[in-house]
Design a protein around this ligand. Structure first.
Ligand code: CUA
Length: 316
């Protein structure tokens, strides 16, 4: 039992909520489980305590057994659960606070395009990571550019489909700081299981600071290896797919890399960001994520790949 319950906590658990909506769902789960246990115990008790059929019929109590156990008990239990469930709806449907940025998240095979949209500021784009201020309610607008995906950060809120050509909404209201993990919850192709997302909940002032930093153009490299890497980035075909704000790279097919070095993970939750993992990713994308659209740049020699990785890693 202890071993089983040990799986109920952690960075990706609906039973260890860190968000207002996840809390409501965990409560609902507890009530539903309790309700079903009451019905189960009643049925077991009846099965054990029931007199023989003939004795029941003689006393005329068979009818009361059916009315009590088959109609009254389920009616009472299900009505309580219905009232409790419906009572959660207004809260779950509440929109985000108007003074907070909205987050547009687009599902792709197999990564997440993330844009922070805020009145008075140009949108900020990143990938595979969202950051949120604790105690505030933010709207997400979800869609997809290819197939149906599903956005799910179990610790924070419920699950919502991302459908091509439509925008679905989900509000997120974290209740404690920490790093949580989300996953794509709809089978979307070969690397569906390799489509994760990090959700970092920060204190409000830290969140503001982070968002201001994300608005800045990319850092200009000073280290010689990174300088060479920056030139290689522009001449090796990378700008066809990637944008690095502040440089000539303005591709829109792949993730925006302006501050890729500041992210926690690479390739949608596959590896931590670092020079070594970046180098591995650039030269062996298809081995790390089968079916990935980015070609492996296996023709790059070690020095070139190392320089490219050094350039990307310093894009904090
Ligand atoms: Cu995207 Cu499964």
């Amino acid at each position: 039992m202890a071993l089983l319950l040990a799986g109920c906590t952690g960075v990706q658990s609906a039973l260890d909520p860190a968000g207002r909506d996840a809390e409501a769902m965990a409560d609902l789960f507890t009530w539903m489980t309790a309700g079903s246990l009451v019905i189960w115990a009643g049925v077991v008790w009846l099965a054990i305590a029931l007199p023989r059929r003939s004795a029941l019929e003689e006393g005329g109590s068979a009818r009361w057994l059916i009315i009590g156990g088959g109609v009254a008990l389920p009616l009472v239990v299900l009505t309580i659960l219905l009232v409790f469930g419906v009572g959660q709806l207004p809260r779950a449907l509440a929109a985000g606070e108007p003074d907070q940025p909205a987050i547009e998240i687009t599902g792709r095979q197999w990564w997440w395009r993330v844009r922070y949209v805020e009145a008075g500021h140009p949108p900020v784009e990143l990938a595979n990571e969202i950051r949120l201020p604790v105690g505030r309610r933010l709207d997400t607008r979800l869609t997809s550019d290819d197939v149906i995906h599903s956005f799910w950060v179990p610790s924070l809120a419920g699950k919502m489909d991302m459908i091509p050509g439509r925008v679905t909404r989900l509000a997120l209201e974290p209740t404690r700081t920490g790093v949580f993990r989300g996953a794509c919850a709809e089978f979307c192709g070969l690397s569906h299981a390799r489509m994760n997302l990090m959700a970092v909940v920060l204190a409000e002032d830290e969140f503001g600071e982070w968002l201001r930093a994300q608005r800045q153009p990319a850092r200009v490299p000073t280290d010689p290896a990174a300088v060479r890497g920056g030139q290689l980035f522009l001449t090796s075909g990378c700008p066809a797919c990637h944008t690095i704000r502040g440089t000539e790279a303005r591709g829109v097919l792949g993730p925006d890399l302006t501050h890729v070095g500041s992210r926690l993970t690479l390739a949608a939750g596959m590896m931590p960001v670092g020079v070594e993992t970046l180098e591995r990713w650039i030269t062996a994308t298809d081995q790390i994520k089968p079916g990935v659209h980015m070609p492996a740049f296996s023709a790059l020699d070690d020095a070139a790949a190392g320089n490219l990785a050094a350039y990307l890693a310093q894009l904090q």
